[in-house]
Write a protein that binds this ligand. Structure first.
Ligand SMILES: [Mg+2]
Length: 245
């Protein structure tokens, strides 16, 4: 597999969506910031302390929506009732705040569309041409729509997303369960699967799941943190790994 930049015994590749396949990580970050800043402004008044990039990396990126709300608000000493996934976006609950963020995200995606990373699409083509299995593993409940919008659903043999995780009762990243489920569905041992992730929570999942190889995709200049959280290799784009025809 040297032409793919992977160890020889890797048989499957497990890809995160936002920030790895699509340029949507920044859209998520912006939607979270708008949601949390409005929440904090309402609670603390004009001298509220805004949601920062560091907050995004540490508490939110890569995690299921409700986990992101809970962990960030806990860092500010705020605890909300859970509510239910059907809560309206104005409900003062964990799910309500999460749904507010999702409404902003979907609006932005509808307006601006979704752009894939071409380097990733070419790499996945090369992975599949080499006979390796592929999965998309995302906390996002919008995975299917996003993949369809860029005609990329066909690139993945297995999909473990926010919807599937909820159906199966799988805890999200940083726990390794969603990646492990993808490897299992592909019939491949974790030790023979490679994880491709841009979030620190994804690195943690790759490490604790004992995957064969963990690739950190650094889109925002957090190379050292990705290594510290368990990356075997960090690249700025998957084109760096090879896979050119
Ligand atoms: Mg991501």
């Amino acid at each position: 597999m040297t032409q793919l930049g992977l160890p020889d015994d890797i048989r499957a590749c497990l890809f995160d969506l936002d920030g790895v396949v699509t340029r949507t990580a920044v859209v998520h970050a912006a939607a979270w910031k708008a949601t949390f800043d409005a929440f904090l402004r309402e609670r603390d008044g004009a001298d509220f302390r805004p949601f920062t990039d560091a907050d995004y990396d540490q508490y939110v990126d890569g995690r299921p929506r409700a986990d992101g709300v809970r962990s960030f608000l806990a860092s500010r000493g705020v605890e909300l009732p859970e509510g239910t996934p059907d809560d309206p976006p104005d409900a003062q609950t964990v799910n309500g705040v999460g749904n507010r963020k999702n409404a902003l995200l979907l609006e932005k995606i509808r307006t601006d569309g979704v752009e894939p990373y071409e380097g990733t699409l070419h790499y996945i083509d090369a992975v599949r041409a080499a006979g390796l299995a592929t999965a998309i593993v995302s906390s996002s409940a919008n995975t299917r729509d996003v993949l369809r919008s860029i005609d990329a659903e066909r690139l993945f043999d297995v999909r473990i997303d926010g919807v599937v995780a909820r159906e199966r009762g799988l805890p999200g990243k940083p726990r390794p369960d969603t990646f492990l489920a993808a490897a299992r569905d592909l019939g491949v041992e974790a030790s023979r699967a490679a994880v491709f992730e841009d979030a620190l929570a994804g690195m943690d999942a790759g490490r604790s799941g004992h995957f064969g190889y963990v690739v950190g995709v650094d889109r925002v200049g957090q190379r050292d943190a990705l290594y510290a959280h368990g990356a075997d290799r960090v690249v700025k784009d998957l084109a760096e790994l090879g896979g050119h025809a």
